[in-house]
Design a protein around this ligand. Structure first.
Ligand SMILES: NC(=O)c1ccc[n+]([C@@H]2O[C@H](COP(=O)([O-])OP(=O)(O)OC[C@H]3O[C@@H](n4cnc5c(N)ncnc54)[C@H](O)[C@@H]3O)[C@@H](O)[C@H]2O)c1
Length: 327
């Protein structure tokens, strides 16, 4: 991969874990983190490389950062996620597509490669829901999904028309214990761990049998870097590869947690907006194209993910408690 690297939206759920991994591989000073938010005191203390304030709906600002740091690769992570997007569809359009268009333009002018993540949200109710193929019907019914399909098409256009090296994956729901999730339909699969440890009880906003694809964060980071480092001559699809790590229902996730916390109980208060979004998404993705074209291979299944999440959320909550006591 060409360095130097810019990560946009780097303080979000994925960026806050992708940046340290990229810095380990390529060197801290080679990776410029950026976001429209400023870093918290805690993030500042942990950060070991450059950070720029950057609003990706402002093309002049992107151009300035890319030129000043001589950026050659951009991981563009800026987006409003599915549930937030449904509450503010006009803003979701402006942020998701407005930022992508401007980043693509700057990449075209400056010869940068780009990673652009799409989502299972790019599919809709008319998509086959089981083993959803790589190339299939994409008629999403959410603004988030509309921006993701349009983003996939725009990325293809810039790749074919201008030769910009754009690559990407369609992420399922991402589970992690670092930065909190940014308002997606699969956030329950993160919240449940905090509530299981704190209160041995969780009220889920999706129905018990809602099956969705998911992935643990180390695999999400591995997928982003894996597709960017893939040999270009082997890539048939380039953009929007289906990738997945596991799929489960809230009932199955709760049962796995109960193996570690026997007192844990789950109940349900369904949020109709997020349930409708979940019902329009695939239950399992066929990720064979990614496996064939760049050896995609996830490490974590449900049991391994639950074990690791419980261990790390417990440590995180213990540290927070000590810090709270200190004030
Ligand atoms: N997290 C998931 O479960 C998931 C699943 C599928 C796809 N994705 C995709 O992965 C990407 C990253 O997702 P995430 O979960 O890290 O999102 P997130 O919401 O946690 O983070 C997004 C970041 O973008 C920043 N941002 C918002 N508007 C901005 C702007 N105008 N300029 C600069 N920064 C801005 C936010 O401050 C935030 O830090 C997105 O494209 C998302 O659609 C995520």
């Amino acid at each position: 991969m060409k360095t130097k690297i810019l990560v946009t939206g780097s303080l979000g759920q994925i960026g806050s874990e992708l940046v340290p991994t990229l810095r380990e591989s390529y060197g801290a000073d080679q990776v410029v983190a950026s976001d429209i938010r400023m870093m918290s005191r805690e993030q500042l203390l942990r950060s070991d490389g450059p950070f720029d304030f950057l609003d990706c709906t402002n093309q002049r600002q992107i151009q300035d950062v890319v030129q000043r740091h001589e950026i050659k690769t951009i991981y563009h992570l800026v987006a409003l996620l599915s549930a937030v997007g449904e509450s503010k569809p006009q803003v979701a359009w402006d942020v998701n597509l407005g930022s992508l268009y401007r980043v693509l333009e700057v990449a075209r002018v400056n010869g940068c490669g780009i990673f652009v993540p799409s989502s299972i949200g790019a599919f809709g109710p008319s998509t086959p829901r089981d083993h959803t193929p790589q190339d299939t019907i994409q008629r999403p019914t959410t603004m988030y999904g509309v921006t993701k399909v349009a983003g996939e098409l725009l990325s293809d256009y810039y790749c074919h028309r201008f030769g910009v090296d754009i690559r990407g994956v369609r992420y399922p729901g991402i589970i992690s214990y670092g930065a909190p999730p940014g308002g997606g339909t699969t956030d329950y699969a993160v919240e449940i761990f905090y509530e299981a440890i704190r209160h041995q009880q969780y009220t889920c906003f999706l129905k018990p049998n809602t099956r969705l694809d998911m992935m643990y964060m180390p695999d999400a980071v591995k997928a982003a870097i894996g597709v960017m480092e893939a040999a270009p001559e082997r890539l048939v699809h380039r953009n929007s590869f289906n990738v997945t790590g596991m799929n489960f229902t809230p009932t199955e996730l709760a049962a796995e947690i109960t193996k570690h916390i026997p007192a844990f109980k789950i109940d349900y208060r369904v949020d109709p907006v997020r349930q409708a979004i979940a019902d329009s998404w695939p239950m399992s993705l066929d990720d064979s194209a990614a496996r064939q074209e760049w050896e995609w291979n996830p490490r974590y299944d449900l049991a391994a993910m639950v074990r690791d999440m419980l261990e790390n959320v417990e440590k995180k909550l213990a540290v927070e408690e000590v810090n709270n006591d200190a004030y």
